[in-house]
Design a protein around this ligand. Structure first.
Ligand code: SF4
Length: 352
């Protein structure tokens, strides 16, 4: 029996949060060889903080570490990070099961990730999938019926073992086949995280991220507002990854139906915008410290002028009569405009 267990492999969907860290440990302790996978959608707050810290933003190192890799190192199991950001655009723009409170397509997102994990499982010769899901913990994707729906839609029916809630769920294949002992699983449910914390203390897991705030941009109300503005003004089919990624940084202003201006809020964001212009017109102040701004949409004199005035408004010259702004448009000579900073009230009306 012991030898047979050693040969069984499972793939764990590992975020590195408390629940998935516990889930892999429970299964690995039963002699199962666990391979961790972690998906990068492009909307992870920690990944974003890490890339901003690379651009000079002051950051606490603990807040930017990759928790999946940390958990893998702690339990000595391999973890593969898989970039799904390109394919994810379809999930984001056309979710079959709609959005949560923000623009988070959680059900479609889970279906997609479970499909990917099933494929990975088949490729790697593993027999089942482990997740840290807890029945009733999240309103959109972890209710009992939804877990079932996601499992079915992803082609994973019966293949998913959820060690933290297994004893209150129908037995999965891993339990039915005797690969794992159901009696050593748990019956956690609901939003109370105390049982998981007590279990963590018992098994010596003391370094895990606190579940403060969200971990995904798509649940953030400000991000959602910007995305909804983009949905409203751009055909979903023509939306680029780049447009969606830029929603994560800067102040955003809708100046007309065709144009939007993004104004950096600090040096790291200015760097980020400069590295991701994607052919957009750029503005920056001359003679005074100020932000870098990008003008999205077609170039017209009126739009360029408004963008330049917005840039001046967020510079150290905001109280001056006029500010010199450099305008860089690809394929054209750089221009220098002398503009009056835009009135705060108008800026606020345009702000998304
Ligand atoms: S919060 Fe929802 S959309 Fe974001 S990664 Fe989690 S399941 Fe996916």
């Amino acid at each position: 029996m012991g030898n047979k267990k050693e040969r069984i492999k499972a793939v764990a969907m590992l975020s590195g949060g408390l629940d998935s860290s516990l889930a892999v440990k429970i299964v690995a302790d039963q002699g199962i060889e666990v391979l961790g996978v972690n998906y990068s959608t492009g909307f992870c707050l920690t990944d974003h903080r890490r890339s901003m810290s690379g651009l000079g933003a002051p950051i606490d190192p603990k807040s930017v570490r990759n928790e999946a890799l940390r958990a893998g190192a702690q339990w000595r199991l391999p973890v593969e990070i898989i970039d799904i950001s390109k394919e994810y655009m379809r999930i984001l723009t056309e979710p079959r099961y709609g959005y949560g409170s923000g623009v988070n397509p959680c059900i479609d997102c889970r279906i997609f990730m479970q499909q990917k994990t099933r494929e990975y499982m088949e490729r790697s010769g593993a027999k089942f999938i482990i997740t840290g899901e807890v029945v009733g913990q999240r309103p959109m994707s972890q209710m009992r019926n939804t877990l079932k729906l996601i499992e079915k839609e992803s082609g994973c029916a019966g293949l998913i073992l959820r060690p933290l809630s297994a004893r209150i769920l129908e037995p999965s294949k891993a339990e039915l086949e005797g690969w794992v002992d159901r009696e050593k699983m748990y019956d956690f449910h609901g939003r109370n995280r105390k049982p998981q914390m007590e279990l963590a203390a018992r098994i010596g897991l003391d370094d895990y991220p606190q579940p403060a705030g969200g971990c995904c941009f798509l649940t953030d109300p400000n991000y959602a507002k910007r995305m909804q503005d983009l949905f409203h003004h751009t055909e979903k089919k023509t939306m680029s990854t780049d447009q969606v990624m830029l929603l994560k940084v800067g102040r955003h202003f809708r100046i007309n139906n065709l144009n939007k201006v993004i104004v950096g809020r600090n040096e790291a964001e200015n760097f980020f915008l400069e590295k991701n212009t994607g052919g957009r017109a750029q503005m920056n102040c001359l003679e005074v410290e100020g932000p870098l701004s990008l003008l999205e949409g077609g170039i017209s004199e009126e739009a360029v002028l408004t963008a330049a005035r917005l840039t001046a408004r967020y510079s150290d010259g905001k109280d001056r009569e006029s500010v010199e702004v450099e305008v860089r448009i690809s394929g054209a000579e750089n221009r220098r405009l002398t503009v009056q900073p835009l009135e705060t009230e108008i800026c606020e009306r345009m702000r998304i």
